[in-house]
Design a protein around this ligand. Sequence first.
Ligand code: SDX
Length: 432
Amino acid sequence: MATKPTKATITFDNSDKTVELPVLSGSLGNDVIDIRTLGKHGYYTYDPGFLSTASCNSEITYINGEKGHLFHRGYPIEGLAENCDFLEVAHLLIKGELPNAQQQADYTQKIRRHTMLHDQMDNVFRGFRRDAHPMAVMVSVVGAMAAFYPEHNDVNDPKLRDVAAIRLLAKVPTIAAWSYKFTIGQPFIYPQNKLNYAENFLHMMFATPCEEYTVNPVLSKAFERILILHADHEQNASTSTVRLVGSSGANPFACIAAGIASLWGPAHGGANEATLKMLDEIGDVSRIDEYIKRAKDKTDSFRLMGFGHRVYRNMDPRAAIMRETCHEVLNELGLHGDPMFKLAMKLEKIALEDEYFVDRKLYPNVDFYSGIVMRAMGIPNSMFTAIFAMARTAGWISQWSEMISDSSNKIGRPRQLYKGEDRREIVPIDKR
Ligand code: SDX
């Protein structure tokens, strides 16, 4: 087998200086040039948006954007979506292995015993106006968990880290559902320990104290798949945020709240909500061409929400599975004829054939289809990103735990290319 480079040498024009840097190999994917000593030679690298920067080493998730591969601890996402439930995937991400039947039963039981919130947390919800966005409520209530469980400020105790992981996995669905109930003025619905993870959330979202609510099994299975497909995704913006906040030793609730805040942006986790807003704005197939034109216009900030991805230059494997789930749900609910869904399918078809999108490998991403599925299930737009955050909590916890237990972990502190003023003296105000 051809030997791979183990060193990279940087040479400079107008100088006889050379810098030698080690090349490190992982188990899959690109090798990396270890630039940690570059500062000593008087240089930094420059990579806004971290297009070509590895911020850490990790064993959790591997993405091959060219081939459209997504593995969690080596298992392809297709197999996990088909054969596992969300808590199995959460166990895999956080503990490194799929659970056996006994481990799964114990894990599920532990999580069920932590789904209730401290009774005084109600007050945090009630501090908001009724029209607050559920993500604003979630960021606050998850962050407020630090005030109710101060023992987790000790991030170096592995047992406390395990308990924090259970508390977050168990309580974030309750917080998400209650963030919604509060905004529609309905009473909070308590978790039901006889229900599975997806059923419990849908029950807390849609049940009322006035009548029995039975979750449609096709919808709870589709919802479980949405959670699995959104569980983790390497070092995306929100996960990198969680790692950076955690690198200072902040408690896990502050880290996850920071991840929720980052995910909220329309270029990231807010894309599913933005996709449905865009479809509502387009309104009719006759207006698709106008919006495709705008998406191509560099002077127009409009982007085709739900299309494109920083890493995937092939179809996002999650989108392919989500597309299948989308059609299952539309069939179950008899919605294929619904104008909005017909519009979405037409937009998908045009974008997949349009050379601007084809040349730039801008495929529909997971958010394009997950928004459509959630709209079909009667979940309001404003809850789409909250549900994404609920799923990604498993990934954020696994990445945070991996970072904290890495003894070489340092506080994250990037440098910069300074382009401001050189030193100058202050002129007294009466002379300015
Ligand atoms: C998620 O990182 C992750 O892993 C994220 C995520 C996860 O699971 O955590 O996968 C979840 O965030 C999925 C992405 C959801 N976002 C959207 O659907 C919003 C719409 N997408 C775009 O904003 C954009 O595609 C990004 C933000 C997703 C990616 O942006 P990049 O990598 O910076 O892409 P780019 O701007 O370099 O695009 C390259 C070209 C540009 O045109 P040119 O300058 O080459 O002419 O493609 C164009 C862009 O203008 N382009 C688009 C477009 N996305 C990119 N043009 C129109 N519509 C789009 N959606």
